[in-house]
Ligand binder design. Structure first.
Ligand code: SF4
Ligand code: SF4
Length: 295
């Protein structure tokens, strides 16, 4: 049965399918483990994902991001890429630990190209878990095969120099290398610029009204209010393969304020380049509207 289409609201900024939260690396600062790791382990098959994701009507400037964990660990990763409807642009967040030769053989680089100021395949570089040299070779191989690909390094305080040096080396080799802000705690300091003070502190919980601008889907197709709900396995608001699912752009009651994930309340620039945007809007947040930075 054809599922009813889902039109993404105009003010949405992100659509993400977390194909699995499992990963073949084990970074100490992994944001997926910010919460209690109570996330759902069940995975939709590639065919189920395709049915669910092909319901989505998005805009040209709003791709579907396949991510995780490590999305290539999903057994139908390539099937999925090759069977999503062409109108849906695809971005991939990966650590590139997969077989790039197989990927090059089976995926048309044009499928993953679009008009955007950044690469559609965004490779994360984690110096504590991987060597730069083989990663660079793999990225160059994909680039030569016609893929839009770049590397992102997290500016974690314990590895900032290594990541900055890696950028220099990559630029010399013709690779787009960008930095990602570190979000989370390190040696008792909270890093990141957040809109709601204390919301990620994990020291209290309060009930609030919260509304998102993102479509966040977990590995079993569950749709969540936010990253925190996904990572902690809280009750979803629906499922992308449920024929009755409709995207409701409303404030919802949340009794877990105080355990928000940095991804949800980090202050960033929206698609109109206006600073001050966050993924969620929280009504009457205890602590109020404050911008706080660990830097
Ligand atoms: S590669 Fe990414 S998802 Fe995997 S452990 Fe590292 S930070 Fe987490
Ligand atoms: S208040 Fe925090 S935990 Fe609750 S839905 Fe919003 S972002 Fe998620």
């Amino acid at each position: 049965m054809e599922l009813k289409l889902i039109k993404i609201p105009d003010h949405y900024n992100y659509i993400a399918a977390f194909l699995t939260l499992a990963c073949n690396l084990n970074c100490s600062y992994c944001i997926n483990r910010y919460g209690t790791e109570g996330y759902v382990k069940k995975r939709l098959t590639g065919e189920e994902w395709v049915r669910g994701l092909n319901r989505i009507i998005s805009r040209d400037d709003l791709p579907l991001t396949l991510q995780g964990g490590e999305p290539s660990l999903h057994k139908d990763f390539i099937y999925l890429i090759n069977n999503l409807k062409p109108e849906l642009h695809i971005d991939i967040l990966t650590n590139l630990q997969f077989d790039v030769e197989e990927f090059i053989k089976k995926v048309d680089p044009k499928r993953l190209r679009r008009n955007a100021p950044y690469a559609s395949i965004r490779v994360s570089y984690h110096p504590e878990q991987m060597e730069l040299a083989p990663l660079v070779e793999k990225v160059l191989r994909m680039q030569d095969a016609g893929f839009s690909i770049g590397i992102w390094g997290v500016l974690h305080p314990s590895q900032e120099d290594i990541v900055r040096k890696a950028q220099e080396d990559c630029i010399k080799r013709g690779i787009d290398f960008r930095f990602k802000e570190f979000l989370g705690e390190h040696e008792g300091v909270m890093y990141g610029t957040f809109k709601y003070e204390g919301a990620c502190s994990k020291t209290f919980t309060e009930t609030v009204l919260c509304k998102t601008t993102e479509l966040i889907m977990g590995s079993d197709g569950s749709v969540y209010k936010c990253h925190s709900d996904l990572y902690e396995g809280r009750e979803p608001v629906g499922n992308i393969i449920d024929p009755a699912f409709e995207l409701q752009d409303i404030y919802r009651v949340c009794d877990a304020y105080g355990r928000c994930n940095p991804c949800d309340i980090k202050v960033k620039t929206n698609r109109f380049q206006q600073f001050g945007h966050t993924s969620v809007d929280i009504k009457d947040a205890p602590g109020g509207f404050k911008v706080k930075s660990g830097y």
